[in-house]
Design a protein. Structure first.
Lengths: 349, 322
């Protein structure tokens, strides 16, 4: 009798566990990986979306190059990259690409006694520092731009990314545009041959190194500068005005974006005109296969992105990202309708 | 069948008992299991060679001598990673080997049993700490210590040497080497301690009997008797330092450059693989990383062989002595 009771209890518990877990198994989890640049906002969106709908979307920040590689290897359902792929490359791989959110890349520094926004750089000086031509904080070129700031006679330690990174791509794309010698020697890339400095992994790694090393300078997505309370550097934009990173200056740069005339949304927003424009702004992109295997999962994934466009703007602004404008979101939805197929039938109608 | 294996009473090794079959099974079973090791080894080597073929064909021997590492332009060379691997390991060994041997001597020859047990236990615990913990501690605590105290001190006193020039960043080759030293120390110490404990007490007693000091007994009896085992312990630590990944990646600074200064950032083969393998999107990039792994495999094999021959030679010389 006792044995029977035991068995009955075990059965009941098992049944209860199954009853609870089966719906969870039924709901499809969506996995993504890629850029660390948008990770802070993706994390917020995914958490909120999960609370509202119970759908699990997860995202691993492994760097943009990693995102591209993982989606091409089909180990994830979608990839994230800040460096947009060119239209033909997107088509060739059978992917579609669309922008998710816009953010700013910000030089951050750690010099004793220097606070956020105290230091001003021209594009030439910024390129000089990151290429190693300017190697001391009290270099004439820096001092001339910053009268009244006490700059120490300390060597500059450049902190860059150790792995393939879309943040690096946006940053070097800007330096490439504004400095002839940068263009000649280093160029644009997710990984570039840095002449000086130390490499750190991910946006969090760069923020961490800059925080630890006296006299260092690095570049991160703005959210990481805010989170870690790291002093940013003011930059001179194309109009010749010094601006600081902020929602407004990112928006001013993003206002120039002409998404309608792009091939697979390939658009770079660095060095934009306008008095208030922050010069190093970029969109971050989602990559997914046009030909999906599983209609249910594809639908869950698109519903999430749709929700982000529709309801994610306020959360994005709170984290200092610029949301994608409504008309662009509608363009993206049309792209989904036109291109995403499961066994030849459209998924998003 | 059962009767065949039954031992006939009072007749061990009875002719009627056929041992050849179970012995053969046993032999093949053990041999088969050992073959797994060879197969895995061969499989790894095969995969490394196969995948690195493209890079080796493209760059040839210059892969080893070039320090260019520019994924954007498709240029790859192993020199900076090989240099970093060897230098960081060398720093670790220079510090860890003497220290480990001294600690082991203390534990076996000097310390009272209770003290010895306590410190011995602590060392074994140290060996069990996962390397990521060393990495985090290295970055958050040790790097700050290096930056604020050790590196400025070295820079002021020995700044004339190219080894100690450059800004004190806290992270870099020297920090990586020191962390590695801490990580291999427990391994070398533990094995050396066991080796010293195997020295027959009668030898030590006779050394003391003829009036040796403690140092002389250690120097001429214990260390000499155990030197083959100690060399083995050193190479065990060496192997670990060579391939250590996470802790080094945290503190070495990850830059593909060769610099004379130990303060500057560098990289090792293992740290490059850890950083870059995940996102190597072009085939030649991936192939070059495989080639790097092959180089590490080669370095490990080379040092293993050297260690093996060295121990064998010591054995021959000792045999000749007698």
């Amino acid at each position: 009798m006792q044995k029977f009771v035991k068995i009955a209890v075990v059965c009941a518990i098992t049944a209860a566990i199954l009853a609870v877990s089966v719906p969870a198994l039924g709901a499809k989890a969506v996995h993504g990986a890629g850029a660390t640049f948008p990770e802070p906002i993706y994390a917020v969106w995914m958490y909120k979306y999960n609370q509202l709908t119970g759908v699990q979307v997860d995202y691993q920040g492994i760097g943009s190059s990693g995102g591209i590689r993982q989606i091409k290897a089909r180990t994830v359902d979608f990839g994230g990259s800040d460096a947009p792929l060119k239209g033909p490359e997107v088509r060739e791989a059978g992917l579609i690409q669309f922008p998710m959110v816009i953010g700013g890349v910000v030089p951050i520094c750690n010099i004793k006694g220097v606070e956020a926004g105290q230091l001003k750089f021209t594009p030439e000086v910024l390129a000089g520092v990151f290429s190693g031509d300017i190697s001391y904080w009290d270099d004439e070129a820096i001092v001339a731009l910053n009268p009244g700031v006490a700059l120490p006679n300390e060597p500059i330690t450049v902190v860059h990314r150790a792995e393939g990174s879309g943040t690096t791509w946006i940053f070097t794309n800007y330096l490439d545009k504004v400095s002839a010698s940068w263009h000649e020697k280093i160029g644009t890339g997710k990984v570039v041959p840095w002449p000086v400095g130390v490499g750190a992994k991910g946006n969090p790694g760069v923020a961490n190194y800059v925080q630890r090393v006296n006299g260092s300078i690095g570049y991160v997505e703005y959210a990481y500068a805010v989170q870690n309370n790291l002093p940013y550097v003011m930059l001179q934009n194309q109009a010749g005005k010094y601006v600081g990173p902020s929602m407004e200056s990112f928006q001013a740069a993003a206002a120039n974006a002409d998404w309608a005339n792009t091939d697979n949304y390939y658009l770079v927003l660095t060095d934009q005109p306008g008095d208030g424009s922050w010069p190093i702004v970029g969109a971050t992109f989602i990559l997914l296969y046009a030909e999906q295997d599983d209609a249910g999962k594809a639908m869950e994934m698109l519903k999430f992105f749709d929700w982000c466009y529709e309801h994610g703007a306020d959360m994005a602004v709170e984290k200092d990202y610029v949301p994608i404008p409504k008309n662009v979101a509608d363009m993206v939805r049309k792209t989904w309708t036109d291109e995403i197929r499961v066994a030849g039938a459209p998924v998003w109608k | 069948m059962v009767e065949r294996y039954a031992i006939a009473p009072g007749a061990p090794g009875n002719a009627s008992r056929d041992q050849s079959r179970p012995d053969a099974i046993f032999k093949w079973l053990t041999a088969g299991c050992s073959m797994v090791v060879i197969l895995i080894m061969a499989g790894i080597l095969f995969e490394l060679v196969r995948n690195s073929g493209m890079a080796l064909k493209e760059f040839g021997f210059s892969f080893l001598t070039s320090d260019a590492w520019n994924p954007g332009m498709g240029e790859f060379g192993a020199a900076s990673s090989v240099y970093g691997t060897l230098v960081s390991t060398a720093i670790a060994m220079v510090i860890a080997v003497p220290l480990s041997i001294i600690i082991a001597v203390f534990l076996v020859e000097v310390a009272r049993p209770r003290v010895s047990r306590f410190i011995g236990g602590a060392i074994e615990l140290l060996a069990a700490v996962p390397s990521i913990i060393y990495g985090m501690w290295g970055l958050f605590v040790f790097a700050a210590l290096m930056q604020n105290h050790v590196q400025p001190f070295l820079g002021n006193r020995l700044g004339a040497l190219p080894l100690f020039q450059g800004p004190p960043m806290g992270i870099g080759m020297l920090t990586a080497g020191l962390i590695l030293a801490l990580m291999v120390l427990p391994f070398i110490t533990a094995v050396t301690r066991d080796v010293l404990m195997m020295v027959p007490p009668v030898l030590k007693e006779s050394a003391h009997g003829v009036g040796s000091t403690m140092w002389e007994a250690v120097r001429f009896v214990s260390l000499k008797y155990g030197r083959r085992g100690i060399v083995g312990a050193v190479f065990l630590g060496f192997g670990r330092a060579l391939g250590e990944t996470m802790a080094v990646t945290f503190v070495i600074g990850n830059s593909h450059r060769i610099s004379a200064s130990l303060f500057s950032a560098g990289n090792t083969i293992a740290s490059s693989l850890a950083n870059e393998f995940n996102e190597a999107s072009e085939p030649i990039y991936l192939s070059s990383l495989f080639a790097l792994a092959l180089v590490l495999f080669g370095i490990t094999l080379a040092f293993q062989t050297i260690a093996h021959h060295w121990v064998a030679r010591m054995q021959r010389i000792e045999a000749g002595d007698r």
